[in-house]
Design a protein around this ligand. Structure first.
Ligand code: FAD
Ligand code: AMP
Length: 478
């Protein structure tokens, strides 16, 4: 007999597993289907984010930063560290343990919340029926009142650089190098390319980043992007803008990368090449011809503001639908959809999804950039506070970057918070909380901030919006 559920979720990434837990918490009989197998061939939950994305990349970023600090950041504190070495397999092994703990934790949460896990590859049929091909090849069908498609994305590829996961790798392969490549090339100066390039540069690789666009980090505030380019270049990342990769050739475990830039045809040879040119949604083999689910012109599943697809009772969330490909966006969509299925009137504020790049310094923002607001014709006041003037940043010997607060010139409402510097991700979240409540720059300025903290830089930047900063000279006097 066909098993029947209130909700069937396809995919157990941060979109799907969160949606499944929330639906179960709301009293709905819920199943979640997942196909991903870990290195031991066991089905692992958590999706891209936990297995080969957010978490493992941050584990390597943290390890490599500690190594870098031990080599070159201790001296200023009077600490002499001699004979510092890096055991790459141990670093990668630590990352694997963290991944295992977290993915196992999701399985425990499923049990605790009564979510039924169904292992295998799912395909959506007509009338909210879902076909599951188990790992042993057996096929079964479950039926649902509601289906949530949370199948995520995979790394994009480009014809000139076919991935072999040996010399030419994607982001997944770049998390598992067993030794530091002497010369490393990264195609794509996006978030993933910069983070992975930073990991291996800190460990001693000579890193070249080739980026087809002329503009660095086009989604970031221009002032922040400029500072980021300067700082990352100083750290040794050779970021070549306007460089479009046109071909690769592997010979004797080395890869020669051909590219075109303003100076014409070029080629360089490397030990490893990471292809980090973005991600694409996974929809092939997911939808039966009569599933009723339509794709948009870019191949994403077409959804409305509440993640409803064109098939009644079928929803889609996360990387497989429009919007930023971020774990927290996927999770919040999962919560919204579960609540709406349970009859609540949940909404999601797509205007306030924070973005973070976990380089050092971190780069993070929420809301609009100064250039976007300018294009939209919005008059703004801007307050900037450099970490060079922060006592806490000086104590930590981490004074690069600044906090920038942008407020509407007429209403003083904060429209954007942009940070490059220590703790950027956490500081921007404070801005996001304020902005969600419609804060003005003056509101933030009137609050008491602990001293000495990095957060004081946000306080001072908010004060600077109206010329009231205390610890820097104000550009604008009031
Ligand atoms: P996914 O996490 O991709 O999960 C989808 C799941 O569905 C997968 O487990 C897949 O196996 C399963 N699936 C697919 N098809 C089927 C099927 N037919 N049947 C059964 N199961 C199926 N985001 C951040 O917010 N912060 C970060 O710091 C960050 N760092 C990243 C670093 C890297 C290197 C990468 C690659 C990504 C990073 N991301 C980060 C992006 C983040 O991982 C994704 O935005 C997020 O995982 C999307 O969640 P999702 O649930 O939509 O999809
Ligand atoms: P993101 O989508 O943020 O991960 O960034 C991927 C980056 O890769 C984008 O900035 C693209 O411009 C860049 N890119 C894509 N194809 C190429 C190519 N052939 N050569 C160089 N850069 C590329």
């Amino acid at each position: 007999m066909t098993q029947q559920f209130d909700v069937v979720v396809i995919g157990a990434g941060p979109g799907g597993y969160v949606a499944a837990i929330k639906a179960a918490q709301l009293g709905l009989k819920t199943a979640c289907i997942e196909k991903y197998q870990d290195k031991q061939g066991k089905v692992a939950l958590g999706g891209t984010c936990l297995n080969v994305g957010c978490i493992p990349s941050k584990a390597l970023l943290d390890s490599s930063w500690k190594y870098h600090e031990a080599l070159s950041g201790f001296k200023v504190h009077g600490i002499e560290a001699k004979g510092v070495t890096m055991d790459v397999p141990a670093m990668v092994g630590r990352k694997d343990v963290i991944v295992k703990n977290l993915t196992g934790g999701v399985a425990t949460l499923f049990k605790a919340n009564g979510v039924t896990l169904l292992e295998g590859q799912a395909r959506l049929l007509a009338n909210k029926q879902v076909e599951i091909t188990a790992l042993d090849g057996s096929v079964s069908v479950v039926a649902a009142e509601n289906v949530i498609l949370a199948v995520g994305s995979v790394p994009s590829t480009i014809p000139p650089a076919p991935v072999d996961q040996d010399v030419i790798v994607d982001s997944t392969g770049a998390l598992d190098f067993q030794a530091v490549p002497k010369k490393l090339c990264v195609i794509g100066a996006g978030v993933i390319g910069l983070e992975l390039g930073s990991v291996w540069a800190r460990l001693g690789a000579e890193v070249t980043v080739l980026e087809a666009l002329d503009k660095f980090l086009p989604a970031a505030d221009e002032q922040v992007a400029k500072e980021a380019y300067k700082t990352l270049s100083k750290q040794g990342l050779n970021i070549r803008m306007g460089a479009r990769v046109t071909g690769t050739e592997i010979k004797k475990k080395q890869v020669t990368v051909s590219f075109v830039d303003a100076e014409g045809d070029q080629s360089l040879t490397f030990d490893k090449l990471i292809v980090a040119v973005g991600r694409r949604p996974i929809t092939n083999e997911l939808l039966a011809v009569d599933s009723g689910v339509k794709l948009d012109e870019r191949g994403f599943i077409f959804v409305d503001d509440h993640c409803k697809t064109s098939a009644p009772g079928v929803y889609a969330i996360g990387d497989v639908v429009r919007g930023p490909m971020l774990a927290h966006k996927a999770s919040e969509e999962g919560i919204m959809v579960a609540e709406r299925i349970a009859g609540h009137k949940a909404q999601m504020n797509y205007d306030l999804i924070p973005s973070v790049i976990y380089t050092h310094p971190e780069i993070a923002w929420v809301g609009k950039s100064e250039q976007t607001l300018k294009t939209e014709g919005v008059a703004v006041n801007v307050g900037v506070f450099p970490f060079a003037a922060s006592g806490r940043a000086m104590a930590a010997n981490d004074t690069g970057g600044f906090v920038k607060v942008i407020a509407d010139a007429e209403t003083d409402r904060v429209l954007g918070v942009h940070v490059i510097g220590p703790g950027a991700a956490e500081l921007v979240q404070q801005g996001a909380i304020g902005m969600e409540f419609g804060t003005s720059a003056e509101d933030i300025g009137m609050m008491v901030f602990s001293h000495p903290t990095l957060s004081e830089a946000l306080h001072e930047a908010a004060l600077a919006v109206n010329g009231h900063a205390i610890h820097i000279a104000n550009r604008k006097k009031r």
